[in-house]
Design a protein around this ligand. Structure first.
Ligand code: PMP
Length: 424
């Protein structure tokens, strides 16, 4: 069955389209944190952040169906639904971030953010990290594995981390300064190369980098340096935001205020909805200069769906839940990997966890192959995860926010069985 399906898929998609797992799964139904395959086998979804309020959520489905039955138009007509949603979304942000440009994907939101920053500064040069991902367009692919000092307007700095620090033997404060010196150097390189500086885009959790433990004060210091050099600080909260870390937005937990925040994935619980939120002084010139139009963005259906997602997060107190259940998962995983030579540590922010898989605790050499085995074994035990990080050796655990203690227990039992199967 699966083989037949894959052959059909390859015929129409062309071979090589990415798939999870050695033996891919085909789902036919979802409910809350569960997905079901064609044989009715349940899988606990501990990977997908898009269905943030659960698969097949009733409130979201009702809002989507109701508004679809009424009307759906592009954004050049007046519409209460999307303005109501914009107001509610901006209420989740700090007061100074008071304007929003809607989009359909995280990529688009980041494109808007980059253009906005370049327009505001008249600059071109951007700082990013050396293991990031912000989107798939030609412009944003320049940010992927960007060189330290390239010629194409993007300089990558080493992402901040404590596990494999850029320099050994430093105190935490010194390590923060050491990473910030890289930001200074990137800014200086732009100046030396005659490339006017536009700003920085980073994920405040460094999620694609592998959810590292970040030396404290790095994000704050980087924003300060970027601003001092006349740049615009963009935080990409496509993965970090909308309750994932136990706050609406991770920048609020870090106690910083960026110039621009982008978001996407979970905002529509699967319906395409993304946002670039910024101060009015940045948004209005962007509106005036670009007349930005996005056919499927800023529509009544997006408004209705986005509003229902916010309502569901509030009604079920999911920010508090994220922190509470996240802590349960963390302590359970810590118990299971205690002293294990190949599973070096578990890191966490709210309900987002990463397990670091290595060849041994002494060298801490990343072991992508073993991480792949762990992910596949978990899948065979009915639990969905995937790999992340610079070295693809981090097991990423990032379930819908409606994850409860019972679900955590199911995860931990499967994880225990997989760890036991690894030996060592
Ligand atoms: N930013 C980050 C941090 C992401 O992780 C992703 C997608 N993985 C994107 C942006 C792009 O989002 P989208 O796939 O919706 O375009």
């Amino acid at each position: 069955m699966i083989d037949q399906h894959m052959a059909r898929r390859d015929r129409v998609f062309g071979a090589g389209s990415p798939l999870f797992y050695d033996a891919p799964v085909r789902f036919v139904r979802g409910d809350g944190v569960w997905l079901y395959d064609a044989d009715g086998r349940p899988y606990l979804d501990t990977y997908n952040n898009v269905p943030v309020v659960g698969h097949a959520n009733e409130r979201v489905n009702a809002a989507l169906a109701d508004q679809s039955r009424r009307h759906q138009v592009h954004s050049r007509y007046l519409d209460d639904t999307i303005v109501d949603y914009a107001e509610q979304l901006l209420d989740t942000h700090v007061e100074s971030l008071d304007n929003v440009v809607f989009a359909c994907t995280g990529t688009e939101a980041n494109e808007v953010a980059i253009r906005m920053a370049r327009l505001a500064t008249g600059g071109e040069g951007f700082i990013t990290t050396n293991a990031t991902y912000h989107g798939h367009t030609t412009a944003l692919m320049r940010f992927v594995r960007a060189p330290r000092r390239g010629r194409r307007g993007v300089h990558a700095v080493p992402y901040p981390q404590r596990l494999r620090p850029i320099e050994e033997g430093l105190s935490e404060a010194e390590l923060t300064e050491r990473y910030l010196a890289e930001v200074d150097a990137a800014i200086a390189d732009f100046a030396a190369d005659g490339v006017p500086f536009a700003g920085m885009i980073v994920c405040p959790l460094f999620a694609n980098e592998g959810l590292p433990d970040v030396p404290s004060g790095f994000v704050r210091g980087a924003i300060e340096r970027v601003r001092a050099a006349g740049g615009v600080a963009i935080l990409d909260e496509v993965q970090a935001g909308l309750g994932r870390t136990g706050a609406w937005w991770h920048y609020q937990q870090l106690g910083v205020i960026p110039d621009i925040v982008t978001s996407g994935k979970p905002m529509g619980n699967g319906y395409p909805l993304a946002a670039c939120v910024a101060r009015r002084e940045l948004v209005e010139p962007f509106r005036a200069r670009t007349q930005y139009i996005n056919t499927f963005a800023s529509t009544p259906v997006q408004g209705a769906v986005g509003t229902s997602v916010l309502a569901e997060i509030r009604a079920r107190d999911l920010l508090v839940n994220a922190e509470r259940v996240g802590a349960v998962l963390q302590s359970g995983i810590e118990r299971l990997i205690d002293g294990h030579d190949r599973l070096a540590e578990v890191r966490r922010a709210g309900l987002f966890l990463g397990v670091e898989v290595v060849t041994d605790r002494l060298s801490l050499a990343p072991d992508a192959e073993l991480a792949d085995r762990v992910v596949n074994a978990l899948k065979d035990h009915g639990v969905l995860t995937a790999r992340a990080g610079e070295h693809r050796n981090v097991v990423k655990i990032r379930p819908p926010l409606v994850f409860n203690d019972e679900h955590a227990e199911v995860f931990l039992q499967a994880f225990a069985a997989v760890v036991a199967g690894l030996g060592g």
